[in-house]
Design a protein around this ligand. Structure first.
Ligand code: GLU
Length: 429
């Protein structure tokens, strides 16, 4: 397996070859994009409720801001590290440009396991991290959001602390906040919902051959009883599973998280598992997920299905898994779940990959809506957010699909080419 910086730099090198830039321009853009503009590392002390003082390591990587203020999530995870944040920040630059948002890319986080801390201590850690980075963020400068291990509460605490320090009323400095504190309708479900729209588009554009013409407008008919396996049952995975099963009638035949992997040809009850996970924090011992029925990771990825949805962490599908997959397409809910060699194998095997920068972009799209609402002091209805998100996802999917056909390449490379052309124009103009 590669490390994450190798992965994004290899993806960038492959993509740049497919642009129509001059050799000199290609070289310049790669030089600019292969490193972030700013790498901010902070070590901040927190006096925990047990009386002990602990110093936490936090990161904010500001990758690129040619297209607008830096934008991207903050993750709390015990393995968070500099290279990971650099790769994730790069993907945010590409994602925002692909979605034609007025943002650049950033990512950050704190290296610790939030599950090991009380709410009281999490509150203290968030406020202290907000103080450590407040000079670098702002609604016109850098706008963080939730990611792995963080949520709306995290964003509320950090927004409140930043506003206090700045003596201002700017809610737009963080997105993904609670509704009661300047958040947007539909933000929590947005990444999963955006992924569902990608599945619908994929079915419409590739599944058309298998279905009758009258079914074409009704995607739930196309996808009814089609199967998927899902790795990761956090915010992205659990909303995606809910929407794919409830709205599209699909069947989840494999599930996994940090506690194990399970398969079930009859299909898991996603509603019951969502309740279980919200109470216990993991899939293990939930309905259909007894520890003694668990399978190993390779058996999970070998399960026959229509779609594989990695929605956990990066670098989960390597060469071995890529050879084992028995599916038509992989929809990347997580960022960077497939390494470059595995990506090549999937292409050779004719398995479509809907890349992360498109498939999970629903989250940052609705973050953009939240930022706009904050700027304009508006509150949009859930219906408006959902409709606008669907239109934007469909448009982006169509653009990537057509570009891939035109260049005879993968959707990932096509997405990168579209994004890089936009970034290059902003740089050169
Ligand atoms: N963390 C999410 C992502 O990776 C959302 C970022 C945002 O809303 O700024 O796309």
């Amino acid at each position: 397996m590669k490390n994450m910086c190798d992965l994004y730099q290899e993806q960038l090198a492959l993509a740049i070859e497919n642009t129509c830039f001059s050799a000199e321009c290609k070289e310049e853009i790669v030089e600019i994009l292969k490193q972030p503009k700013h790498e901010i590392i902070v070590n901040f002390p927190v006096k925990l409720s047990n009386g002990h003082l602990k110093v936490f390591k936090g990161y904010r990587i500001q990758h690129n801001n040619f297209c607008g203020p830096y934008k991207g999530g903050l993750r709390f995870h015990h393995n968070t590290h500099l290279d990971e944040c650099k790769a994730l920040a790069f993907w945010m630059t590409v994602k925002c440009a692909l979605q034609e948002l007025p943002f650049g890319g950033a990512k950050g986080g704190v290296k610790f396991d939030p599950r090991e801390y009380s709410t009281d201590d999490l509150h203290k850690i968030c406020k202290a991290f907000a103080r450590a980075i407040y000079k670098y963020v702002g609604s016109e400068r850098d706008i963080p959001a939730p990611d792995v291990g963080t949520n709306s509460k995290t964003m509320d605490w950090m927004t409140a602390e930043t506003r206090r320090l700045n003596h201002d009323h700017d809610f737009g400095v963080y997105t993904g906040k609670s509704l009661i504190f300047g958040g947007s309708q539909g933000r929590t479900e947005a990444t999963g919902r955006g992924l569902m729209h990608c599945v619908e588009k994929w079915a419409e554009l590739t599944g058309a051959a298998h279905i009758s013409a009258t079914d074409l407008g009704e995607n739930h008919q196309i996808l009814k009883d089609r199967t998927f396996i899902l790795q990761g049952f956090g915010n992205v995975g659990s909303f995606a599973a809910k929407l794919l099963t409830e709205r599209l009638g699909m069947k989840c035949v494999g599930l996994g998280d940090h506690t194990g992997y399970w398969t079930n040809a009859e299909g898991f009850s996603i509603m019951e598992l969502r309740n279980w996970v919200s109470e216990t924090g993991c899939l293990s011992r939930g309905p259909g997920c007894a520890p003694e029925q668990a399978v190993d990771k390779l058996a999970f990825f070998s399960q026959a299905c229509d779609l594989v949805i990695p929605a956990a962490l990066e670098l989960q599908i390597g060469e071995e898994e890529a050879h084992a997959l028995q599916c038509s397409a992989v929809i990347e809910g997580a960022n960077g779940p497939i390494d470059t060699d595995a990506d090549r194998i999937l292409t050779e095997r004719g398995i479509t990959v809907v890349p992360d920068v498109l498939a999970n972009s629903g989250g940052v799209v609705v973050s953009y809506y939240e930022w706009l609402q904050n700027k304009r002091c508006e509150y949009w209805s859930l219906e408006k957010v959902r409709n606008d998100l669907e239109k934007r996802m469909d448009k982006a999917f169509n653009r990537v699909w057509s570009k891939a056909q035109e260049l005879k390449t993968t959707m990932r490379i096509a997405a990168y080419v579209l994004a890089i052309e936009r970034i290059q124009y902003a740089y050169d103009t």
